[in-house]
Design a protein around this ligand. Structure first.
Ligand code: M6R
Length: 365
């Protein structure tokens, strides 16, 4: 049931503080301020050679964010590919490798095929899934449930942030097992994760601002999303969300790629959404934003209080979130990105929960 909301997507966006808190409670031992994975692992993180990740759509973007986390917090090499490519490219996989597949439905054909390929190649298989009775959950060696509850809207929202919460916990567990994270580092990351639901509630307050912005977005043909580090996959996610429900053409790019092509698109008609928490790559992203401004581009900046104070350029709008640990920023920044797509689609009058040509679960190739 939609309750007081007009669409399932709106309801599911607003459920995120609650469901993410629930997911975190499943993976975090609050008393000891440690991560506690809910299942015994059939492998040892310390002995893993490499992680391979395969998933589709939004789940794939969660996977790219996880790659950054596994590399940073566990010094584990990660390769990632969309499942439709992974399944056919006959990638050589290492002796002691872990395959992580990510799927809300647990029934996506290409993701399932990737799991089967990896298993045949002798990989350990971990599934990060929302539907515990799904085929992918059944065929994996170990399941990390995302516990988002049923997601009805075709556009993935709470499933995405619960995937991120789960993957963050797994990355921290890996970092501890590999001796990369000290007890103190782990405690700091756990603290940061525990703050997420509160920060998500703050982010949801951007509803009216994103709604105002959606009026001008509903009149454009194209939108460009830019981000660096873990904000890069969020730029991809923002573009996907916008195109799938509003049918406005959008692209996500790594901010550093701007000069390598997409800068040619910049004019006074195309909004450029810059996702830039005040983190270690903030200054770099600001210089890309400068390049957009110098060409008369329309900038929508999504940042935090410190970032907003430091960004001196004029923007069409600046959406300001509270300052937070950059480690958990993707979970919180997902919200304004979703809100913007949602309100734009509502403005356009599209079928938000059931966009044309799309299915909730893609069980055929
Ligand atoms: O059920 P899955 O997570 O395997 O689905 C993957 C994609 O089909 C899915 O994320 C799709 O991209 C969504 N419509 C995005 O909002």
């Amino acid at each position: 049931e939609k309750g007081n909301f007009r669409h399932f997507m709106a309801k599911e966006m607003h459920e995120q503080p609650e469901v993410v808190a629930h997911t975190l409670a499943h993976y975090i031992d609050m008393a000891n301020e440690t991560v506690q994975l809910p299942a015994d692992l059939p492998f040892d993180f310390a002995r893993l050679e490499r992680v391979s990740i395969a998933a589709c759509g939004t789940a794939y973007y969660a996977g790219i964010i996880a790659k950054y986390w596994f590399e940073r917090y566990a010094r584990l090499p990660v390769e990632i590919d969309v499942a439709s490519e992974f399944r056919y490219r006959e990638a050589p996989l290492p002796e002691n490798g872990l395959m992580v597949v990510i799927s809300q439905s647990g029934e996506t054909a290409d993701t399932l095929a990737s799991l089967r390929y990896a298993r045949a190649e002798g990989q350990h298989v971990m599934a990060v899934v929302n539907v515990p009775t799904s085929t992918i959950a059944r065929e994996a060696d170990v399941v990390m449930p995302t516990l988002a509850g049923p997601e009805i809207g075709v556009a993935s929202t709470k499933a995405f942030t619960c995937q991120l919460a789960t993957l963050a916990a797994v990355a921290v567990a890996a970092g501890r097992a590999r001796g990369v994270l000290s007890a103190e580092d782990e405690r700091a990351l756990v603290h940061a994760l525990v703050e997420v639901p509160r920060l998500m509630n703050e982010a949801l307050k951007l509803g009216p601002e994103t709604e105002t912005l959606s009026r001008s977005f509903s009149r454009v043909r194209d939108v460009l999303y830019l981000g660096r580090g873990t904000s890069y996959p969020l730029a991809l996610e923002g573009a996907l969300k916008l195109k799938e429900i509003s049918y406005i053409h959008a692209e996500g790019y790594a901010a550093g790629e701007l000069k390598h092509g997409p800068i040619a698109l910049i004019d006074e008609n195309m909004p450029v959404v810059v996702i830039a928490p005040h983190d270690s790559v903030f200054d770099k992203t600001m210089s890309n934003m400068q390049e957009v401004a110098a060409r008369g581009g329309r900038i929508v900046l999504i940042t935090d209080k410190t970032g907003a104070e430091q960004a001196s350029l004029e923007t069409e709008a600046t959406l300001v979130l509270p300052d937070m640990d950059p480690a958990i920023a993707p979970l919180v920044y997902a919200i304004p990105v979703q809100l913007l797509a949602y309100h734009t689609a509502v403005q356009m009058g599209t079928d938000v929960d059931q966009p044309r040509n799309l299915a909730k679960s893609v069980t055929v190739e």
